[in-house]
Design a protein. Structure first.
Length: 93
């Protein structure tokens, strides 16, 4: 699914199936992605700031800076999230 450069700022995408989606350059600023399937999604140059990724599965997501995020991050909500590396945050909520 090609969603490159799409504007999802502040959108409610909770539970969305975005697996393998091309989200290159997409605006996901402050989007609610609670429980979303984002496995293998392409997140190159996507704006993820302030996003809620609680319970989302980002296994294998491409070029996401979420791999180094922690559950106490002020930039994202990633409690109970599976990060692109397949691991959970070091300090889960």
């Amino acid at each position: 699914m090609n969603l490159s450069n799409a504007d999802f700022a502040y959108a409610d995408l909770s539970g969305a199936d975005l697996g393998s989606a091309n989200l290159t350059g997409a605006n996901l600023r402050r989007a609610d992605l609670d429980g979303a399937d984002m496995m293998r999604a392409n997140l190159k140059r996507a704006d993820l700031s302030g996003g809620n990724f609680m319970g989302a599965d980002l296994t294998g997501a491409i070029n996401s800076n979420l791999n180094s995020a922690s559950a106490s991050s002020t930039q994202y909500v990633i409690c109970h999230t599976i990060l692109p590396s397949g691991r959970r945050p070091v300090k889960d909520c």
